[in-house]
Design a protein around this ligand. Structure first.
Ligand code: HEC
Length: 102
């Protein structure tokens, strides 16, 4: 009984602290990086300001894990050598702005 309570308390505490998957990321830094490294190519291929790729109907990214994966894949493909922290910041920005995964 005591153990169950401890687990419940720990779970609700961590839910409270991490309300969204990328709360530890800095969305502001992510936005800067995104402007510098990501928009021009997306805009060239998909038109507009490059944000269509995140809002199109058949977008590929369907959950938080997939968003993390996609950013890591882009990073490897582009050889941009982002740090894990940069990827997290990018994820925080994209999620807060477009994807809104919980
Ligand atoms: C050289 C061009 C290019 C650059 C630079 C680029 N991307 Fe992409 N990105 C693409 C293309 C093309 C797709 C679409 C792939 C598809 O639909 O199969 C894509 C798709 C994505 C998606 C998935 C969109 C969806 O459908 O939900 C995310 C997220 C993404 N890119 C993030 C980034 C981030 C973050 C950066 C900067 C670090 C970046 N990309 C830089 C070309 C690029």
């Amino acid at each position: 009984m005591k153990r169950t309570l401890t687990i419940l308390t720990a779970t609700s505490l961590s839910l409270g602290v991490y309300a969204t998957p990328f709360d530890k990321g800095d969305a502001k830094k992510g936005e800067e990086l995104h402007k510098k490294m990501c928009i021009s190519c997306h805009a060239a291929r998909f038109g507009g300001d490059g944000s269509k790729i995140y809002t199109r109907k058949d977008r590929r990214v369907k959950n938080a894990e997939a968003l993390k994966q996609q950013i890591a894949t882009c990073n490897t493909m582009l050889a941009t050598q982002l740090f894990p922290e940069d990827e997290l910041n990018l994820a925080a920005y994209l999620n807060a702005t477009y994807y809104k995964f919980k």
